[in-house]
Design a protein around this ligand. Sequence first.
Ligand code: GDP
Ligand code: MG
Length: 303
Amino acid sequence: MSAAKGLFKKWLSNLDAMKKQIKERLNAVWNREAITEEEWEQLEETLIQSDIGPRLAMEIIEELQATKSEHKDWQSCLFEKLYSIIEKNDARLFPEADPQFSKIVVLMGINGAGKTTLAGKLARFFKDQGEKVSLVAADTFRAAAQEQLEIWAKRAGVNIIKSSSGTNPGAAVFDALQLIKKRGDTVAIVDTAGRSHVNKNLLSELEKLSKVIYREIPSSNVENLLVIDALAGQNAFLQAENIAKFIPITGVALTKWDSQAKGGIVFRIHQELALPIKLVGTGETIEDLFVFDPEEFVRAIVY
Ligand SMILES: Nc1nc2c(ncn2[C@@H]2O[C@H](COP(=O)(O)OP(=O)(O)O)[C@@H](O)[C@H]2O)c(=O)[nH]1
Ligand SMILES: [Mg+2]
């Protein structure tokens, strides 16, 4: 974990949009006697482009305007504002797990969000912590989906629990839970089929799968993670809203944060969805996974 933290730092230092543009703009104008209306607007525009959304951009500008007249430096002002939004974000997985039961992670989200890749990364992550891990293939529609998960299981060096094709995902998960119990696995990561957040049938199927788990495992030992592609923008909010009607989401895993990462999406997701950001995926290899650290993140943006 400490090594991972260092990597998180290194990756954060590459965060572009918010860091460079906003810094340059603020450095250029802050020590002047007055900042023009136009310059404030440009700054607001830059903030919006960093994916934090119009609401927060406006709040930050107002805060900066107030601070300017108090002759405070913009860094501490921006840090306080951004940190106040995200400081309560609790990224811990299973903070109150009951050791008598296995811990179950369910990954859900639309096709291509990065669920299967994250399943593999998480398998390694938990294995490195000494857990006995299984990957559970609950995408029973496509044979290729199980094969893809099998490759990740090999990479991570963990077991995979497959089901015969055509089984319904709830039944597949039920069988997997029995096997996990028998073998004494401490962690199971369930990779589900990608589902459009507007497809009611697929979502109620996910609801059934979830109920099967809650019948066997206490909620303290279940993480229902919504996997969101960091570039999904506004669509991410619609996905979360709809999926949350069927399943209690316990946290968000943001994937593809390496590709044109703007960072701002983090504040928006946390603020507007009221969900903790737990994990961040920053690439296609098994190591590219971090537990989200709010303070480190905000520091990296501001300083
Ligand atoms: N750059 C990058 N690519 C990723 C990341 N996570 C997943 N991908 C890629 O996104 C594509 C879809 O991933 P997959 O795990 O199959 O998505 P799923 O349909 O949700 O299971 C694959 O090409 C992955 O290699 C990430 O954090 N960064
Ligand atoms: Mg998949």
